[in-house]
Design a protein around this ligand. Structure first.
Ligand code: ZN
Ligand code: ZN
Length: 258
């Protein structure tokens, strides 16, 4: 299994997860917050074309995740998986797109990949995040959640790699020039994960197989890559797990699990 990001942050998110068995290869895109041209440009940077994508799985209806999904899916005839709650929020954009509904606990089979949606606390209609498995490796993805839950920790246990939101540093958010209502929303129980909470989650999951952690969805205003990395490093306590940070403009290049 390998994975790569087209970009990560409040201005747009898209993750590629790819697995091969024998002569087939399946690549799934998780969210697409970029317009058609921008998405194609970012795909080509990773050596991909739209027809390489077998399916798109959606986490929730916020524009940085869903903004480009349906135009891209319609143009390239790619099926989309989403929760019914998310569908209710985006139904006017879905014409002529093949939709599949999914919810917490389902197991989606898309070619060589199995995806397991799990529920997270976030201010959307029915937000889910996903773990992906190719029979050999497990990748856990978690962004856009306001707090740690036992359910999330259980879903993310036993991963070989994790992409974990490190949205903000609490001190930087408190001292930023954001309006008070926005600070409350971001820092609240249905907002976004602070470095500190992400470190707690990382500290709580079963990490025996964990080789790679990518910090993601960083705020440009309220975090720095150095603070996010320090928080993840502290949770890992000097283990051999490799930490890196995804960025808005570049995402990150393919990471191959072996
Ligand atoms: Zn987001
Ligand atoms: Zn969101």
């Amino acid at each position: 299994m390998k994975f790569a990001s087209l970009g990560s942050g409040s201005e747009g998110n898209a993750l590629l997860i790819s697995a091969a068995s024998g002569i087939t290869r399946t690549t799934v895109m998780l969210d697409c917050g970029f317009g058609l041209r921008e998405c194609e440009r970012r795909l080509s940077r990773l050596g991909m074309v739209p027809t390489d994508i077998s399916g798109i799985v959606v986490t929730h209806e916020h524009q940085d995740h869903v903004g480009g999904v349906f135009k891209f899916a319609r143009r390239h005839r790619i099926p989309v998986w989403l929760s019914y709650g998310t569908y209710q929020a985006v139904r006017h954009d879905c014409n002529e797109v093949a939709l599949h509904f999914c919810r917490d606990g389902d197991q989606l089979v898309i070619g060589d990949l199995h995806l397991t949606p799990y529920t997270v606390p976030h201010d959307a209609r029915e937000p889910i995040q996903y773990c992906a498995n190719d029979g050999n490796f497990k990748l856990g993805v978690l962004t856009d959640a306001g707090q740690a839950t036992a359910h999330m920790v259980q879903a993310l246990s036993g991963c070989d790699a994790m992409m974990l939101e490190c949205n903000h540093d609490r001190g930087m958010l408190a001292n930023s020039n954001y309006p008070p209502s926005l600070k409350v929303r971001i820092g609240g129980a249905y907002g976004h994960l602070s470095n500190e909470t992400s470190a707690e989650i990382l500290n709580s999951v079963d990490r025996r197989r964990l080789k790679r952690v990518v910090g993601a969805h960083l705020s440009r205003q309220n975090n720095t890559p150095e603070l996010a990395r320090a928080a993840l490093d502290s949770a890992l306590g000097g283990s051999a797990t490799e930490v890196m940070i995804a960025c808005q403009d570049e995402g990150f290049d393919w990471i191959e699990l072996r």
